[in-house]
Write a protein of this length. Structure first.
Length: 150
């Protein structure tokens, strides 16, 4: 997915098994953020920063949706533990993650593996991708400020 492209309407199923569609958010901008794994330090910092600034994001017209390959049960625990006010999509088959180009080969300590690239897509009211924050650009502890800064 690239800036200027229309994002797919069907996004997936959230932590409650509810179908999430972009069209459910028409008239609002959507922050669709992909993160590697529930309960890890960087992902928790990012989610908590979005939580702490959720009111400011909503006032600016944004709705926040997180996506990882963790299952619904893991998402429920992550939401409960961190009191997250937004939904998380359980992309266990990584179809959405792949469709948005946020899935690929990573390496840690010389070991190569497939995983999610921390990437954020800002989608406008018409479902068009307006901005993309790439893995090297995302600052987990300042993520809301990055989104709010045009």
């Amino acid at each position: 997915m690239n800036v200027g492209e229309k994002a797919p309407d069907f996004l997936g199923y959230n932590e409650k098994g509810k179908e999430i569609r972009l069209s459910d958010y028409r008239g609002r901008k959507v922050v669709l953020y992909f993160y590697p794994k529930d309960m890890t330090s960087g992902c928790t910092a990012q989610a908590c920063n979005l939580r702490d600034n959720y009111d400011a994001l909503r006032q600016a017209g944004y709705e926040v949706i997180g996506v990882s390959i963790n299952d619904a049960k893991s998402h429920q625990k992550f939401i409960e533990k961190n009191q997250l006010p937004f939904t998380l999509i359980a992309d266990t088959e990584h179809q959405l993650t792949e469709a948005f180009g946020a899935w690929g080969e990573k390496s840690m300590c010389g070991r190569k593996y497939m995983g999610t690239f921390r990437t954020t897509f800002v989608i406008n009211e018409e479902g068009i991708i307006e901005r993309i924050l790439l893995p090297k650009e995302v600052k987990t502890k300042e993520h809301a400020a990055q989104i709010l800064k045009q």
